[in-house]
Design a protein around this ligand. Structure first.
Ligand code: BMA
Length: 311
């Protein structure tokens, strides 16, 4: 194993605002999936009014992307969604399940931040399904499979009492969610002690579901955002097999150390490949998009051989 468990792509960053054919100040925090033989990315971008929209980019190999001429998702102007998306839509995650793509995103408004769910089959026609949390939630990733006929998601409620942690909830219909339980907490005086949140949509390996999450540590210069990894039981994701004690990625590249928000690597997507590697996408300093690759086995081993307690 090399010193760094994630190997950064030599041509990072792979997407910047200069690649976007409409005016934006940042491109970051991207969900990525395979689609029609290529790779499809949904990314967050700040407009010059400080609010966010979601753009779409496509490419053949997971490293080179071309941005579609028009944004993919703007705040809704209709019905209930328009009330809760007034301040913008952020941080899309994509889950491919049963022949369609589910998109979860943060919806900001004067009432706080909630999570919206939309669905598409072709990334042309988009249907908003429901707002699937109350206020004070972000970072929802849906497992790409049902368990005993139930959808499962990892989510992250905000709390004034307990450090922000990763929870699991289930739903029979993607609209009504419940049976929530706490799975993973930040660890005291650890790289993720301030807060943690779901990152990329989990993917199956032969030893469990791999989930790449983010964690923050407060310093005198603000928070440092890093990535970590956890392994969940294949049949029952509520059972965590191991959470790696070490982070797997920290801000080191110049575009991760400085940008719109310095010292940030933040993931919304990872694509496992048949050759045993995974492409991991992250926003660098909330300004650009980067990619790196890791051996899936190395990530699994780190969870199992060097774990820290989940709670
Ligand atoms: C979080 C979210 C992310 C962002 C991160 C670092 O709270 O706002 O979208 O990438 O902070 O600034």
């Amino acid at each position: 194993m090399s010193a760094n468990i994630i190997r950064r792509y030599e041509e990072n960053p792979i997407l910047t605002r200069d690649d976007v054919p409409y005016p934006v100040e940042t491109v970051h925090n991207a969900g990525v999936v395979r689609h029609r033989g290529g790779y499809l990315m949904l990314f967050r971008a700040h407009l010059r009014n400080g609010r966010s929209i979601i753009g779409l980019a496509e490419g053949p190999d997971g490293f080179h992307f071309r941005v579609r001429p028009e944004p993919f998702m703007l705040p809704s102007r209709e019905g209930e969604f328009s009330i809760y998306e007034e301040y913008g839509v952020e941080d899309p995650r994509i889950c491919e399940i049963e022949g369609e793509y589910l998109i979860t995103y943060s919806a900001y408004s004067r009432y706080g931040v909630r999570v919206g769910l939309a669905r598409t089959k072709d990334f042309k026609k988009l249907e908003r399904v429901a707002l699937i949390t109350q206020a004070d939630y972000r970072n929802v990733v849906i497992f790409p499979q049902r368990f005993n006929n139930l959808y499962l998601r990892l989510d992250r409620p905000h709390s004034g009492i307990s450090p922000w942690s990763i929870w699991l909830s289930s739903s029979p219909d993607l609209i009504h969610w419940g049976n929530s339980r706490l799975l993973m907490k930040p660890l005291k005086y650890h790289w993720d002690e301030l807060k943690i949140g779901p990152g990329a949509t989990p993917f199956p390996t032969n030893r469990g579901w791999l989930h790449i999450y983010h964690g923050a540590f407060q310093t005198m210069r603000g928070a440092v955002y890093r990535l970590g990894v956890a392994l969940h039981d294949l049949q029952n994701p509520a059972h965590i097999l191991g959470v790696a004690d070490d982070w797997i990625l920290q801000p080191e590249g110049p575009w991760e150390l400085s940008g719109y928000v310095p010292n940030v690597v933040f993931t919304c997507g990872a694509v496992p490949e048949e050759d045993g590697t995974v492409k991991i996408y992250w926003g660098g300093a909330d300004q650009v998009i980067c990619v790196g690759t890791a051996q899936i086995n190395d990530l699994v081993d780190l969870c199992l051989t060097k774990p820290r307690p989940p709670l």
